[in-house]
Each structure stands twice: as C-alpha cells, then as structure tokens.
Design a protein around this ligand. Structure first.
Ligand SMILES: [Zn+2]
Length: 248
C-alpha cells in the first residue's frame, strides 16, 4: 500500500524511482510520511518511521541504571555530566571552523559583487552549512544519550536577552547553538516524562563549591580545576558545575 521503500542506502520514491541516499535509515519500523525537500543545491528526504519507542505498551530498554544528572554545557566540551561523563564536540567541527574563518577572510578581500566575490560567498555559505550539519548531528546524538541515562535532569538557564546583545558574531553563534542544544535536551526529556530542573538565571554553577557551597568571587576561564579555599575540595571545573546543577 505504501509506495515508498527503503533499502539500505537507497529509497524508492513514487514516479522518480530509486534514489541513492548518503546514509542508511537509523531506525526500523513502519514507514509513515515521506517528505522530499530542497535547500540550496541539496536534496533531502525526511522519512517518518513509527518505532516501538513511542509506544507506552513497550518497555524502553534501560541503558544504564538511571540517576539524576546535572548537565554543564560549554563551547570546548559540549556537555559534562555530574557523574564525570564528557561529550566532546566532534573533531571535524574544529577543522571546519578554521576553514570558515579562512573563507570569511577571502570573501572580505574580494571586490563586492564581482564574480570572484560571488564565488567566495558561495563557498563561505557551503562551509557554514557543513558546520551547522555537524553541530546539529552531535547535538542530537549527545542529547539522546544524556536523556537515556537520566532519571531527572538539571540544566542551567542561558540568559537569552544578554546573549542576543552580544556583538561578537562567533560568540553569538556559539551561544545560540548551546541554547538550541539545551532546548533539545528539554523536549527529549519531556517526551520521556523525565523531570527537568532549570537553575535560577544567574546561579553561579561554576564559581560555587559543590562540596560546601562556598562561592568564589572570581574564577578565571583558564582554571580548568576547581579548588575550594574553604573546604579543600578539588574537582574538574565542569564536573563541579554539573554537580551544582544536579537535581537532588
Ligand atoms: Zn568547598
């Protein structure tokens, strides 16, 4: 009855026939709606798969013993959990960010609206696109992995209004992407009925000692280890922040 078929890395569409895909379908189940779309010069096929996961009658497999986790997000390490787990940003991202900067410089040297300027602009846009694909993919994988192992999740609240005022473009984009990542954790947790706790807006999760509660007045970004002068507690900086965000 369904005219769409998927076999490994290819999909059969009505009228068009078999089309190669860049990756295999990651889920198994009945195929629902299939949408073909185009962005710039790229074609996409979005395939809705009805899996057992959304069915409350089917028990979800427990990946790990579930515990409450605090999640600290950052630009260098994407996410650090209160149990010490770290999710690094994918390695290709760094390489593409370098290419992005180079392409940006190239564009700025071209005469506006010249044919070389158009070429450079197209190249910059295509690198931007790659970077956003790599980010989105890693955000999806990381947020799913976190939600699968948590019984409750604590996150920080990103200051959106302060974020939008930031004039430095690179920082602006990084903040916006972290905001999207936190939103992803939130909706995936909600979908599974996992309670989410958001810290108060200006809660100093990095500066506060997770052992005794003492708050440092200053903490340099280069200090990767948190050391408490009050109680002597020493811990990885991001893990300390994640413990502070962990719902009790
Ligand atoms: Zn302390």
């Amino acid at each position: 009855m369904n005219s769409v078929r998927v076999e490994r890395k290819r999909v059969k569409l009505p009228v068009i026939g078999w089309v190669r895909m860049t990756e295999e379908l990651r889920w198994t189940g009945d195929i629902g709606r299939v949408t073909v779309s185009r962005k710039d010069d790229k074609w996409f096929v979005s395939i809705l798969v009805c899996t057992d996961e959304g069915n409350p009658m089917v028990q979800m497999p427990l990946i790990d013993a579930r515990l409450p986790v605090g999640v600290d997000v950052g630009i260098n390490t994407l996410a650090t959990l209160s149990d010490g787990t770290k999710y690094e940003n994918p390695r290709p991202l760094k390489r593409y960010l370098k290419k992005l900067r180079r392409a940006g410089r190239m564009l700025s040297r071209k005469t506006r609206f010249s044919s070389n300027w158009h070429k450079a602009r197209k190249r910059l846009a295509s690198i931007h696109y790659r970077v956003s694909c790599i980010r989105l993919d890693s955000h999806h994988k990381t947020s799913t992995s976190i939600v699968r192992k948590a019984s409750a999740i604590g996150i920080e609240t990103l200051n959106v209004s302060g974020m939008l005022k930031n004039k430095k473009l690179a920082k602006h984009i990084a903040d916006a992407s972290l905001y999207r990542f936190l939103t992803m954790i939130k909706y995936k947790a909600e979908r599974r009925g996992i309670p989410i706790t958001e810290a108060a807006m200006f809660f100093a999760s990095s500066k506060t000692c997770s052992s005794c509660g003492h708050k440092k007045t200053e903490l340099n970004l280069s200090e990767r280890t948190y050391h408490c002068g009050e109680c002597g507690f020493t811990c990885d900086r991001d893990v300390n922040a994640a413990i502070n965000l962990c719902p009790s």
